[in-house]
Design a protein around this ligand. Structure first.
Ligand code: ME8
Length: 526
């Protein structure tokens, strides 16, 4: 709760992405999904903090910069500019952008590292293990798949060096409970896999529960592009303590750059894909437990956008460029498509054909057609302004009940990060409205002078249903919905508060014909 304004707060984060290559449609998915939730929450009256950013340290970046003969900072600056440009292009309403190279973050991470050391949770040891250079990940023998990196399937090398470690076992039992007994992890079905693969609980001969959870290597000496450990400067903080801390340093934890920690922490939703689930499900809670800080409410884990069955990724080079898609099909159509296709927890295979069909069926034929038919009929039969006489008839009650029940359903799905289902519900109402046109046959009513009041009622019901659907959709498709409001004469009435009420538009509403909101894509031409 914000003390100054009495509003409930809502804090949502994307992962901070590696600027080791340009962003693709996978990064776009997570960011667009968080953006839609942030917008929905703002619409509901929450004081929202939506954080995104970039994770800029590490060996891979150091190497890439070297190849190009520039400094790592110059290298990341260029790519960060592309990330920011993409988020602007995709209409992402983030409130704050953190770069792990920002001074305040560096300062906080150094303090966090020292604090964990002083509390006895970080100790010095030696690391020997299998290392995947492209993924910057150490693996144990048992985690390898056919002797190769379990994330990218490539060769690993033997590596050994002095390193600091973070003790994980003191937190294992609490983490197991967090994953299996609370609503932290979404979907919960992933808890078993995490517990078995990483916590590895077992009962010893004396009946005591033990865990096979390994300590985490948290410093490196083999490269220098990282945050130096203040009390042992040949070490740099290694990836996860640097990266995960962003969620609190961006609010001002252990730094003077911001002062929002008390207001927004703990986070309401961290959204990530399954590749970094274990870090957010196990290491992040352990770090917070060690620092004696409150734990985030929810970790929402989505699957991967795949292409020909493989994860779309920079290192595999099979990426789809969101700028190109947006130019071709429209930013909101892309936002809609990726959110509609991805079910929480499952992968979603990217295909142009599915995307075009989806855009044509739902957006052009479904919503676009509903708006243009309704507005065109009001123009044709009433010169653009409805008369105020009304006559109720068959099918009205069902349409109105369906439309007014929508908000509660969408609220529930957004609350539980099921964005595909939220969109599915909205489009059921749009289909219901299109069916209502077939049931009430306004073109026949229009031929009969004595049916004018009935015709006005039918067209009004359509407008008010569109208002409800478009209001709820405006969090997902923020560019095009204002155009819908404009056309249906709802600009001042399209509020969240009105989204479960019917009869909100004035009886003598005036519509304004405009361009097709979602033009149909010619499949053959494509
Ligand atoms: O892991 N499908 O950065 P990263 C869906 N810096 N989502 C995808 C995706 C795909 N094919 N590819 C990427 C890192 N993503 C760390 C994170 S957080 C403290 C540190 C999205 O650039 C998805 O959100 O590899 C995934 O978790 C993230 O990008 C990984 O981004």
């Amino acid at each position: 709760m914000c003390k100054a304004c009495d509003k409930k707060t809502f804090y949502i984060t994307t992962p901070i992405y590696y600027p080791s290559g340009n962003p693709h449609i996978g990064h776009t998915y997570t960011t667009v999904a968080c953006d839609s939730i942030a917008r929905y929450k703002r619409m509901q009256g929450y004081d929202v903090m939506f954080l995104t950013g970039t994770d800029e340290h590490g060996q891979k970046i150091e190497e890439k910069a070297k190849e190009r003969g520039i400094t790592p900072k110059q290298y990341v600056d260029e790519i960060v500019a592309v990330f920011k440009k993409l988020w602007e292009y995709m209409n992402i309403s983030y409130d704050r952008y953190i770069r792990t190279t920002d001074d305040y973050h560096v300062e906080s991470v150094q303090k966090i590292f020292k604090e964990l050391y002083d509390r006895g949770y970080i100790y010095k040891g030696e690391y020997a293990g299998k290392y995947c250079t492209p993924c910057e990940s150490f693996w144990t023998e048992s985690q390898l798949v056919d002797g190769k990196c379990p994330d990218c399937g490539r060769e690993v090398i033997e590596a050994k060096e002095e390193a600091y470690f973070f003790k994980m076992t003191p937190f294992a039992e609490r983490i197991e409970k967090l994953l299996t007994e609370t609503d932290y992890l979404r979907p919960r079905t992933r808890a078993t896999e995490l517990v078995n693969n990483f916590l590895q609980p077992s009962v010893d001969e004396n009946g005591n529960k033990t865990y096979g959870l390994e300590d985490l290597c948290v410093s490196r000496t083999s490269f220098s592009w990282g945050i130096p450990v203040t009390f042992d400067t040949k070490h740099v903080v290694y990836v996860w303590i640097d990266a995960l801390s962003n969620y609190i340093t961006a609010l001002g934890y252990e730094n003077g750059a911001y002062d929002d920690y008390k207001k927004y922490w703990p986070a309401d939703v961290h959204m990530v894909a399954k590749d970094i689930m274990r870090f957010h499900a196990i290491i992040w809670p352990a770090m917070l437990m060690a620092l004696e800080q409150p734990l985030p409410q929810h970790l929402a884990v989505h699957g991967w956008i795949t292409f020909n069955g493989q994860k779309m990724s920079k290192s595999l080079g099979n990426v789809v460029d969101p700028f190109i898609l947006g130019e071709r099909y429209g930013v909101d159509a892309i936002r809609y498509h990726i959110m509609r296709e991805m079910a929480l927890g499952a992968d979603s295979s990217f295909s142009n054909e599915i995307m075009i069909n989806r855009i044509n069926t739902d957006l052009a034929n479904g919503l676009g057609n509903l708006v243009s038919r309704t507005v065109a009929m009001i123009d044709k039969y009433f010169g653009g302004t409805l008369p105020t006489d009304r006559e109720e008839g068959d099918f009205d009650a069902d349409l109105i009940a369906t439309a007014t029940a929508l908000k509660a359903k969408v609220d529930d799905h957004v609350e539980n990060t099921r964005l595909n289902l939220a969109l599915e519900e909205i489009f059921k109402v749009i289909s219901r409205a299109n069916k209502y046109i077939d049931e009430t046959t306004p073109w026949i009513l229009g031929k009969d002078e004595s049916k004018k009041a009935r015709l006005a009622t039918v067209l009004y019901n359509l407008l008010d249903t569109i208002r409800i659907a478009a209001t709820l959709l405006s969090a997902f498709m923020p560019t095009t919905m204002p155009k819908v409001f404009e056309q249906i004469g709802a600009a001042e009435y399209a509020t969240y508060e009105n989204a479960d009420k019917f009869g909100v538009l004035p009886l003598d509403v005036t519509v304004k014909r405009g361009e097709a909101i979602f033009p149909r894509i010619d499949v053959d031409k494509e």
